[in-house]
Design a protein around this ligand. Sequence first.
Ligand code: C5P
Length: 201
Amino acid sequence: MAFTIAIDGPAAAGKGTIGRALAAHFGFAHLDTGLLYRATGRRMLTGLDPVEAAQSLRAEDLDADDLRTPDVSQAASRVAAIPEVRQALLDFQRAFARRAGGAVLDGRDIGTVICPEAEVKLYVTAADAERARRRHVELTGKGHDVTLEEVAQDLRDRDARDSARATAPLKPAEDAVLLDTSEMTIEEATARAIAIVTAAQ
Ligand code: C5P
């Protein structure tokens, strides 16, 4: 039986962590849709046309180890504003969402555009400073040489671009449950998300 959990929200709000935890708890597959845009942006930086890059994306492209750098983050958000890029990535995401056995997708437009019929929609947010702090810890922990201010600026730029674009802008679906994780530990946020999904089953 197909059961889709759609998770949207601004950058570094905890969507991926919550998505992975929900997938593990319910035995669902998980797709971080940001990776599709990051891999497309990364290929654009190597000189490819972004629409062709999205159309010819392969599974291996999602495994590149530099997909989280600030350059690739910005490139992802720029290619994500191109309607033909979004169109090229649509069918894959929809098919993933309706696979048998359940699926969790996280991104910016999952509840609004990719899966408006999702059984559960979460909109995950956290205060700007907290999101920057968390992402800075994550990146420096992986050995990336970035300052807190650079990370904060990257998040501000992307959130502004992602919210302002004409096609599939970042916004909560009307029927999404809001989850502000600013004051929550990972465990608390995950427990809350599990409770929301359990109540919807
Ligand atoms: O989620 P993540 O921060 O990895 O996404 C990178 C960029 O990809 C975002 O800033 C956004 O521009 C784009 N994106 C999107 N729609 C999605 C997922 C990501 O536009 N569903």
